[in-house]
Design a protein around this ligand. Sequence first.
Ligand SMILES: *Cc1c(COP(=O)(O)O)cnc(C)c1O
Length: 395
Amino acid sequence: MPIDVARARADTPGCENRIHFNNCGAALMPETVIDAVKNHIDLEAAIGGDEAAEAARASIDNVYASVARLLNCAPEETAIVENATRAWDMAFYAMTFRPGDRILTAVAEYASNYIPFLQVARKTGAIIEVVPNDDSGALDVDALEKMMDGRVKLIAVTHVPTNGGLVNPASEIGRVAKHHDVPFLLDACQSVGQIPVDVQAMGVDMLSATSRKYLRGPRGVGFLYVSKAWIEHLEPAFLDLHAATWVSPTHYKVRTDAKRFENWECNVAAKLGLGAAVDYALGWGMEAIYERVTVLSQLLRTQLHEISSVNVHDQGSHQCGIISFSADNLDSTGVVQCMKERGINLSVSNASSTRLDMDRRGLGAVARAGVHYYNTKNEIARFVQALADVCHMNV
Ligand SMILES: *Cc1c(COP(=O)(O)O)cnc(C)c1O
């Protein structure tokens, strides 16, 4: 079933105000998400925060079931935490590394993953190795295969990087990881919500994602998937009375489900909003969402190519809803500012977010347009016209 765009837009109050192409920064929430968050805040105000959480217990449990449906895993394999970064951290910092252990990652890795690699490498003597790209700019799976040996302790890769339309070949990476029995940690922060993500089909052992980007949920909440097989091998770096139980004066017992990666206090309203966002996405169907995002992003990319002073920077043979570009006559911050003044939301991705990739390509920053299924061809046309106008001005 194709997306009913008119209904999607009617469900999205923010559509009326602006052309929102910052879905890779934070997408517009649909009404059902806004209601879930607001209703819980109202309930907290009316009866008390603990009492509201108690009253919402069944709905809270359902959030895990929804996330599990989205990813094709069991609810016990999901943890809901503050954001994607903390989700990723809870998995990564639970691993133990010894001198000479190898961590394999991708060129387009995100700063908040690479900085922890650097820290852990410094503290443990583990070695970070970057799998080269193929000619298209995606992770080269043959090169990865050749790098595998008994010292590889982790493959940690970003599915869709923060700085453009590249989709790394996660399923092929997962096959290599499975073949060598090495855990595979996938940062799916930019892919979940725009691309169907099936952790079992993809051979992913751990996956992190956020609520506010392509899933269209509220800010300040994200989630982690850890496969049943890996949960018991990963004792989190931080524990509290929710992740573990103090069973005697000298002993504690860590939970056996993925909630060991959570901590007790959380934003219940945001958690419920995440659940509503997942249910809403599943209501459209991830295949239908993916199809429309693909059509719109290809249209936008094609039209940007036609503006002579605009350079499109997306890599890979498989590309998604994020379009990265720069203009010859104006820096990316300036482009984003000019578009904002025209009611069009974009965002900037700086070199420090994906240092290896940006330095190799000599890019200081790129402007990002992340289209979603509720965007329209008309919005794309208006954006391209506005950008062409700005690019032909002498700023
Ligand atoms: C935004 C982003 C993150 C971090 O997500 P938060 O929810 O802000 O922690 C991680 N990885 C990638 C690729 C991102 O784009």
